[in-house]
Design a protein around this ligand. Sequence first.
Ligand SMILES: Cc1ncc(COP(=O)(O)O)c(C=O)c1O
Length: 374
Amino acid sequence: MYNSAIQEKISCLDLKGQHQQIKDEIFEAFEKVYENTAFSGGTFVEEFENNFAAFCQTKYAVGVNNGTSALHLAMLALGIGKGDEVIVPANTFIATAWGVSYTGATPVFVDCTSDTWQLDASKIEEKITSNTKAIVGVHLYGQPFDVDSVKAICKKHNLYMLEDAAQAHGATYRNKPVGGFGEMACFSFYPGKNLGACGEAGGIVTNNPTYQEHLFSLRNHGTKVRYYHDELGFNMRMGGLEAASLDIKLKYLPEWNNRRRSIAQRYQQEIKNVDIQLQTQPQWSDSVYHLFVVTTQNRDRFIKYLNENGIFPGLHYPVPCHLQKAYSNLGYREGDCPEAEYLAAHCVSLPMYAELTDKEVDYVISMVNAYKNG
Ligand SMILES: Cc1ncc(COP(=O)(O)O)c(C=O)c1O
C-alpha cells in the first residue's frame, strides 16, 4: 500500500524528530532551572523575553502561560470591555475571538479573501460601528495578513490594531518580522507551533512601555509591588521550564522556518492537479508555513485516499468562528461569511514540519498529484 521508501505513516505534524535533535540541550537547560528553582517567572523567563523581543525587532516581550491568555490580556491592556466590539476574521482558530469575549466585548466576524484566505480588508468597514474599538488581524497558517490595508482602516476610524501572530513566529511582511505592526502582537508557544515550548506558553510583544508595564501587572494578580493589588489581575505567568526550552528552540527557529519554506516551495511548484487548489502567496508576504492548507471539492474522498496511502492530513478549521455553537447567541447565519464557510468545508492541511525528509515530501507530492476527484 505505502511507497516502499516510506516506512511509517506521514502525519500533518510530528514533534518527535525535533525533540530528539535537541534533547540534550533542553535537558541541560531544565537542569539549570531546577538548580535555580526558578519554576515560575524569574531569570529564565526574562532571558527569553529579551531574546524573543529582539527576534521580533520590538522593544518588549511579556511571557504568559499560553496564547489565549496573551490575547485576553492584550485586550484588557487596550481597555476593551463590555459594550465594545472588536473585528476578528471568521477564518481563524477560535482563540482569536475568545480573547475578545473574555473581556465582555463582542467579536464581530469578517470574511476572508477567496485567494489568500486571510482577513478581507475590503469587507471590514461595513462592520464598523460607533462601538468598534479594535481590529485583530491574524497571520494565519504563518502567512502575514494585509497589514497596510488593515492599518489604514484603523487610522481612518481611530481603532487599535492587534496582531494574532500565534502561527507566524519569524514570518515577514514587506521584509519586517511580524509583531511590531500594531499596538501589540500575541504569540502562542503551544508545542505544535513553529516555536513551541515543552509545555504551554504564550507571549505578547510591543513597542509601548505602558502596555508592557500593564501586562506585567495583569499576568501577576494585578501587582506591581508584592501583595498590593491595584486592579483585578490573573495568574498567567510563564513557567521557567517552558521559557528555558523556548530559548533553546529560538536559536534553531530560522533554520526550521527555512526548511518549512523550502518544503512549501516544492509543494507550490510540484503539485500539479486541477482538483487541488493552493493558497495565493502575495509578494509582500514571506510565510513561515505553520500549516500548508489546500482546498479540494470532495474533501472526504481526498482524505480517505490520503489515509489509504499512509498520509494523515489535518483540518484547519472545519467550522468558521461565526458558525461555532459557542457564538450562536450572536445570530450569525450560513452565508454571512461565504469564503470562510467554503474554506471550512473544503480545506485540508498537508504534512508540514521541518523534519519531513525529502523522500517523504516526494511521496506526498506524488500521491497528491495522482489523486482524482472522481
Ligand atoms: C491563531 C491562533 N490564535 C490563538 C491561539 C491560542 O494559543 P494557545 O493554544 O497557546 O492558547 C492559537 C493556537 O492554538 C492560534 O492558532
